[in-house]
Design a protein around this ligand. Structure first.
Ligand code: FE2
Ligand code: FE2
Length: 265
């Protein structure tokens, strides 16, 4: 079978599914043309013709004008932009997994010696679990592979959580402060880049599309929750950890290294 015939068969199988269940896929926009994206934003049957609204010669133009007032063309991402998003989202997913594992290792030790911290530790763990679930869904939807380093980060995060908890409450909080400082910066950078893309789209009379605009909102929400964890850590004596500088600098360096590697591997 020739490759052209094979391609046509593959496309023939894909096309009906895309029309029935339009999927915004900002990482593979070539699979959806622009007009279909617009259809999916208002996936409703056309209104029935009304006797009180006779069709005029200008009706098609009016319809087109109304459409252009309510929705802008969605900008197709460049290969560089798709690569940036794939890397960033891959890091987000593995970072949230690491956060869950750090808290899971810390919680039993910290809560046993400081029971009053149970609600706070549970609150932070639950938020990390929500972040991880969100990025898992994004990776799955856009077919982004997780980092190949996941087994290494899994072991490292559990070891980091356990060792800082053994050092004491202050060291555990210093760990949270260090991790959230780096992760907060990482999310801030993504928000900044996406807002820059959005601004450039606006200048061209285009838009990033509803899904990417929604992603900016989610990244902001998650970043704010990470910074809330940072505040909780400082309020609970993170800076009293000994040796504070060494501990936080080593953990922050480790986070930056893990982000760098996970973006590429
Ligand atoms: Fe998180
Ligand atoms: Fe966090």
């Amino acid at each position: 079978m020739s490759s052209a015939v094979l391609c046509m068969r593959v496309l023939a199988r894909r096309t009906p599914r895309t029309i029935q269940h339009p999927v915004y896929d900002f990482l593979a926009p070539s699979t959806i043309n622009t007009s279909r994206r617009h259809q999916s934003t208002s996936h409703q049957p056309p209104p029935p013709p009304s006797a009180k609204a006779p069709i005029s010669p200008n009706s098609s133009k009016l319809s087109s004008d109304a459409s252009s007032q309510t929705s802008k063309p969605v900008r197709t991402l460049s290969p560089q932009q798709r690569a940036f998003l794939s890397s960033a989202l891959r890091v987000n997913q593995t970072g949230e997994l690491a956060a869950i594992l750090i808290y899971a290792a810390q919680n039993p030790i910290i809560v046993r010696s400081h029971p009053h911290l149970r609600p706070l530790m549970k609150h932070m763990y639950d938020q990390e679990a929500g972040h991880y679930k969100f990025f898992n869904q994004v990776l799955s939807k856009h077919r982004i592979r997780p980092t190949a380093m996941t087994p290494v980060w899994t072991a490292a995060a559990s070891l980091l959580g356990w060792s800082t908890a053994v050092l004491g409450r202050e060291a555990a909080m210093a760990c949270t402060e260090a991790v959230e400082t780096e992760i907060g910066s990482h999310y801030n950078e993504q928000v900044r880049v996406l807002l820059d893309w959005s601004r450039k789209c606006e200048e061209r009379g285009e838009s990033l599309g509803p899904e990417l605009e929604g992603l900016v909102g989610e990244l902001r929400r998650i970043r704010d929750e990470e910074l809330e964890h940072l505040d909780h850590a400082v309020e609970n004596d993170a800076k009293s950890a000994r040796p504070y500088e060494l501990l936080t600098e080593v953990i922050r360096g480790g986070c930056r290294g893990a982000i760098w590697v996970s973006e590429r591997v």
